[in-house]
Design a protein around this ligand. Sequence first.
Ligand code: SIN
Ligand code: FE2
Length: 218
Amino acid sequence: MTEASSGRDRIAEGFRYLPAHLTMDNQRALLEDIRLVVAQAPLYVPRMPRTGKALSVRMTNCGDLGWVTDQAGGYRYQPLHPATGRPWPAMPGSLLDLWRDLAGVDFPPEACLVNFYDADARMGLHQDKDEQNLDAPVLSISLGDDCRFRIGGTVRGGSTASLTLNSGDVVVLGGPARLAYHGVDRIYAGTSTLLKNGGRINLTLRRVTPIQTPGTES
Ligand code: SIN
Ligand code: FE2
């Protein structure tokens, strides 16, 4: 990550980049899991709050909760798919295993947002801050075509650095970087053959609700 190394001081502490964390076999197996999720919970076109402008990515979720956005309701988590009205499919074991290995917390994730990017899709700089629980990191997994990923600090308008994310790479936004601004500038179409028809899938695992701890510490 030469580009990002030169900008390391601009990236919030707690950002971890794990290149090629998933083997090709892992990637194929995970893709199969995601195909089953999408068969039950189809990708839908998310829309910006208020303006109703369509995002360029298509989305679905698995887990107890899913992140959704539409014109009327805005950004939120909910237990039901907005188009089918059905509960999200269960989170595959492969994703729970990754969370257990990498999240560094002893509670499970509740949501996995599935983003599908075609060649022209992108995602503007934003913070993931719709979760009540900020103790857990956001764990992000890339499959398919490469992308240019942008990461900055926790202040809007601050400087940023970019790096190329390849299929099988994992990124962790934890600690101070939990609220780091991040986004996807562009997709490098045709750089991976993992997805038969091209494109990029990004999976982000999140804990949404607080952990109930019995009693209080003294
Ligand atoms: C996201 O921020 O939800 C997606 C990031 C990515 O696609 O790498
Ligand atoms: Fe995000």
